[in-house]
Design a protein around this ligand. Sequence first.
Ligand SMILES: [Zn+2]
Length: 48
Amino acid sequence: MLIIDCPWCTGPAATDQALATLVCEDCGVSVDVAPDGPGDVLVLVAAA
Ligand SMILES: [Zn+2]
């Protein structure tokens, strides 16, 4: 698991090696990220 800044709150979010899923315990969200690679996640973080 990798830890990144959650796009929806200030807490940490965990993602797997393939960045296919994103889970934030603070928000209680579990998101399936499009399997295009890390680009989508980085866009979400940048937009937050
Ligand atoms: Zn969160």
